[in-house]
Design a protein around this ligand. Structure first.
Ligand code: DPP
Ligand code: ZN
Length: 867
């Protein structure tokens, strides 16, 4: 497929000032009439003007009111070529499209009885012929026509200007968006939806109507979404001085959606997973997911919509920045330390492996063939880390000055990452040129720290060294600026004043060369360094500390992230030792003491305590090995769970009973539930194969829970530990919740994630279950996504997991290429496994590569995975 390169960017030769759409909605045959006002901006006449268009049936085309002569245009595979276009003209087209058959869920589609659109990145060209590129900003008017019965609600971006009825039981509505926007932010919705309303008064006193559109029976489950929206609106006013700019903010929830949500101007469309929640159906982490995604899409109104992208290579300009903003929002709403740990966990789980494999790409990529494949952890999560580093280096107030200048300069424009950095630099007279390398260079830098205390001089010397491994297409790497937030702790665990930081006890060192040293003089005595506090840079830190020092930091470091990190380090080292030698004790004494101290610490917030006591996942352990030892890792981790469970059985039992409480939704209660469910997990693990006592706790908790967090935690433990003996609960769960798609997704996912050999068979059954639906991405992800994240089953030594998985991806590719390509990425990690697994994974990739009618999306992932 054609490769699109960043260096080939050209300004468009024409612009659209106005676009008016008139759409007659029918699931099988929708007609779209489009009227474009085009004018040339290129200085000289051009021979041709290309309009994008895909899967469109052209019925009629006119220029300035006259049928367009056949010699004046040509239809191509991907669009329409206008030959010798005049300087300014009106182009009218009429096309037919087929929303029900659109299972790719890109463009206009019909699902669950509703008409919905998804236009990012390039879905608008599946609705009409257009300059479908983010630097083409136009004012949109759209008139929707639909049967009044099936589609009483007709929505689009902006303001509703007029409505009316027409013959045959149809009606119409006309919407106008006063803000010029790129086509990827266009949206329309039609269906039988109920609405939950609220109001918001902006800082300057304007009233905004807030509307969440859901199915009638879900109107009681929108409170978290609505509250989160109001909090996000207030936060953006307070922290960034940004107000909402239309009179109405609409959110529509659907079960059929490729992404989490979409920030269409004034009319967000959301995966229902990030809107609907009630205590009975949603877990605490579902609630948190809603808070952050609602905020994320809201924040896009300024970072993405008002200031948009010049081209898709700049995707992180809006996504990295907006993820940073939503992470900070969540940190302000909840516990900052726990939030940061969660964000880093996600970065390490998804982005680090991506950056270390064949799909590695810079935060600002250089080339793509299908842009949908670049909505990645690198563009989002690493992109957010790059913004965070600038925030760390500049400080809060200068960063805000930079943002103000960015908005002032670029409001209403389509800009680049370069423009963002320049605004930060110009507002603060700072040179951030090193960040351009961060954006352009793939791979995770390794930061090696060495240090020594000189008792004669009372000084500590710290040396930092950086090196970024080669990635595909980038054999040689340059040094990048790495901000290292740090402190030195004395033997009582207190931070000591640092001369080189003017006496402050915490500072940010900036490593710009490949190696630099710092000397900390006049110290009161020996010190232990606390480095990369708050995870101040997205790097792999190799610190100079031994287990005793980590054990010390795990108890005393006042930086929550580093305290957690020390605990993780101890666990990872012990696990790696057990993987290498199965006779090694599963719970070394340093770790045991750290666990004991954490369990005994009554001061610590329960949510943070749960983080400290959660062992690193199998994937993360595998990441630390040259070749992932699938079974040995699983055994070692189970062994450590069992050892911690049995050694501290009394503490876990006490915690389990002490933390029992009626359901409440405040932060403290959430933390207590989390810790209590962790305790239950350890108790069950600790009983080894007997499990008569504590499994009853889980059964009881499953039956009696007054909320989904507790019920699901028990359910998961039962499925995980009881194998076929859990069949009664599996059945019970289904019968209770079969009317709730989001809950049934969990039911599918937990079964597909069970770590035992029979899971493959079970998953085969799940795929033919009446509730399974290949057209619903949430459902497909629940089964195939969970399966591919199940280490011992997906990576079964006989290759059965890979073969089975590839067959399902092959099938999905005909239905929804975007989701198929996304789900297929675990196969790209083949180099990380032993030879027989490598062969089986490559064979699976080859089988997919030979598929007839392979999509551009999947083709690109396969090609890059195994060039
Ligand atoms: N909907 C996706 C997001 O908000 C793409 N813009 O991240
Ligand atoms: Zn986004």
């Amino acid at each position: 497929a054609a490769v699109i390169r960043r260096g080939d960017y050209q300004v468009p030769s024409y612009q659209v000032s106005e676009i008016a759409l008139d759409v007659r909605l029918d699931p099988d045959n929708t007609e779209v009439h489009t009227r474009l006002q085009l004018h040339r901006i290129a200085p000289e006449p051009v021979a041709e003007l290309y309009l994008d268009g895909e899967s469109l049936e052209l019925l009629d085309i006119q220029r300035d009111g006259q049928a367009l002569a056949e010699s004046a245009y040509r239809l191509t595979e991907g669009g329409l070529l206008l030959l010798n276009p005049p300087e300014a003209f009106i182009l009218e087209s009429r096309v037919r499209i087929h929303p029900r058959a659109n299972t790719a869920l890109s463009g206009l589609y019909h699902a669950g009885g509703q008409f919905l659109t998804q236009c990012e990145a390039e879905g608008f060209r599946r609705i009409t012929y257009y300059l479908d590129r983010p630097d083409c900003l136009a004012r949109f008017t759209v008139t929707l026509h639909a049967p009044q019965d099936g589609c009483p609600v007709l929505l689009a971006n902006g303001n509703c200007m007029a409505t009316g009825v027409e013959e045959g039981g149809w009606h119409w509505a006309r919407w106008e968006d006063p803000y010029p926007k790129p086509a990827y932010l266009f949206a329309m919705v039609a269906g039988d939806l109920a609405v939950v309303r609220d109001r918001y008064r902006t800082a300057s006193g304007r009233e905004v109507a807030l509307e969440i559109y859901v199915a009638e029976r879900d109107t009681g489950a929108c409170a978290q979404a609505m509250d989160s929206l109001k909090h996000a609106m207030r936060w953006d006013e307070e922290v960034y001085g940004r107000e909402y700019d239309l009179n109405r903010y609409m959110i529509v929830a659907t079960d059929s959606f490729n992404m989490g949500a979409m920030e269409n101007k004034g009319l967000n469309i959301f995966n229902a997973k990030y809107v609907l929640a009630s205590p009975e159906t949603a877990t605490d982490s579902d609630y948190q997911g809603i808070e952050s995604v609602i905020a994320h899409e809201y924040f896009h109104n300024w970072t993405g919509n008002r200031v948009t992208l010049r081209d898709w290579f700049q995707l992180s300009l809006k996504e990295g920045l907006t993820v940073f903003r939503d992470q900070e929002f969540s940190a302000d709403q909840n516990s900052r330390g726990v939030q940061r740990i969660g964000d880093v966990r996600r970065l390490r789980a998804a982005q680090f492996p991506e950056d270390a494999g064949p799909l590695a790409h810079p935060v600002r990529p250089d080339a793509y063939s299908e842009i949908n494949n670049f909505y990645t952890a690198t563009v989002y999560e690493k992109g957010a880390e790059l913004v965070r580093m600038m925030h760390t280096l500049l400080g809060k107030v200068p960063f805000r000055k930079g943002m103000d200048l960015y908005f002032e300069r670029h409001d209403g424009h389509a800009v680049t990452i370069e423009d963002f950095i320049a605004a930060m630099e110009d507002a603060n007279q700072r040179d951030l040129s090193g960040f351009r390398r961060w954006y352009g260079q793939a791979g995770t830098p390794v930061l090696r720290a060495t240090g020594s205390y000189d008792p004669a001089r009372h000084s500590y010397t710290l040396t930092l060294h950086q090196e970024t491994p080669a990635t595909p297409g980038q054999p040689v790497k340059e040094a990048v600026p790495i901000p290292v937030r740090m402190a030195l702790l004395n033997t009582q665990g207190q931070r000591v004043p640092l001369e080189l930081a003017g006496g402050a006890s915490e500072t940010v060192l900036l490593l710009e060369q490949s190696e630099q040293s710092w000397n900390f003089a006049n110290l009161p005595g020996p010190v232990i360094p606390s480095l990369l506090r708050g995870f101040s840079a997205p790097v792999r830190l190799q610190d100079p500390l031994d287990d005793d020092a980590h054990g010390f930091l795990a108890r005393h470091d006042d930086d929550p992230f580093n305290r957690w990190e020390s605990m993780q380090d101890l666990a990872v080292k012990a696990l790696l030792a057990a993987v290498a030698d199965s006779s090694v004790a599963p719970l070394p004494v340093t770790l045991r003491n750290a666990v004991a101290a954490t369990l005994a610490d009554r001061q610590v917030d329960p949510a943070f305590c749960a983080e400290l006591l959660t062992l690193p996942g199998e994937d993360y352990i595998g990441e630390q090995m040259p070749v992932v030892a699938v079974e040995a890792i699983h055994r070692a981790r189970e062994g450590m769970m069992r050892a911690i469970g049995s050694h501290f059985a009394k503490e876990w039992t006490d915690l389990y009973h002490d933390l029992a409480a009626a359901y409440q939704r405040d932060g403290l209660s959430i933390g207590r539930r989390r810790l209590r469910n962790l305790a239950l997990g350890y108790l069950i693990a600790g009983e080894g194969s007997r499990r008569e006592g504590t499994i009853l706790y889980a059964r009881q908790q499953y039956m009696q829970a007054d909320n989904m967090t507790d019920r699901l935690a028990a359910f998961q433990l039962l499925v995980q530990h009881q194998h076929h003996d859990a069949e009664d609960v599996i059945l019970d769960f289904y019968q209770r919740w079969h009317d709730y798609p989001l809950v049934i997704d969990k039911w599918f996912a937990i079964q597909a994630a069970a770590p035992h050999p029979k899971t493959l068979r079970q998953v085969e059954h799940l795929l033919v279950h009446p509730a399974f639906d290949w057209r619903v991405p949430n459902r497909v992800r629940a089964v195939l996504g969970a399966f591919a994240a199940n280490p011992t089953v997906f990576h079964a030594a006989d290759g059965s997991g890979y073969t089975f998985f590839a067959e399902q991806i092959r099938r999905l590719d005909d239905i929804n290429p975007q989701t198929a390509a996304r789900l297929a990425t675990p196969l790209s990690r083949w180099q990380r496994y032993d030879a027989p697994r490598q062969q089986a994974m490559v064979a699976a990739l080859k089988m997919l590569a030979g598929k007839p009618g392979l999509s551009r999306d999947l083709a690109e992932v396969i090609q890059r995975s195994h060039p």
